[in-house]
Design a protein around this ligand. Structure first.
Ligand SMILES: [Zn+2]
Length: 78
């Protein structure tokens, strides 16, 4: 049985269905018996939903040019 820490660490992969099936089944089994992790995933889903509904607009051209100039002026580190 997975621990709550393991479920939390893999929650995003589980929700995006990118985790392998055996791992998703392990998480699903844990969620059946753990109300804390169910609540955690519910809140995570809510947060992801909010972020997807309010995308950050791209910067305007003047801001983009200023950022490019700023990065170009940074001293090289190597
Ligand atoms: Zn748990």
């Amino acid at each position: 049985m997975l621990t709550c820490e393991q479920v939390a660490a893999q929650a995003t992969d589980y929700m995006e269905a990118t985790a392998p099936l055996p791992r998703r089944l392990g998480i699903w089994a844990h969620l059946r018996i753990c109300p804390n992790c169910r609540e955690y995933l519910r809140q995570l889903a809510q947060t992801i939903g909010l972020l997807q509904r309010s995308p950050t607009p791209p910067p305007d051209t003047a801001t983009e040019d200023a950022l490019v100039a700023l990065f170009a002026a940074q001293p090289k580190r190597d």
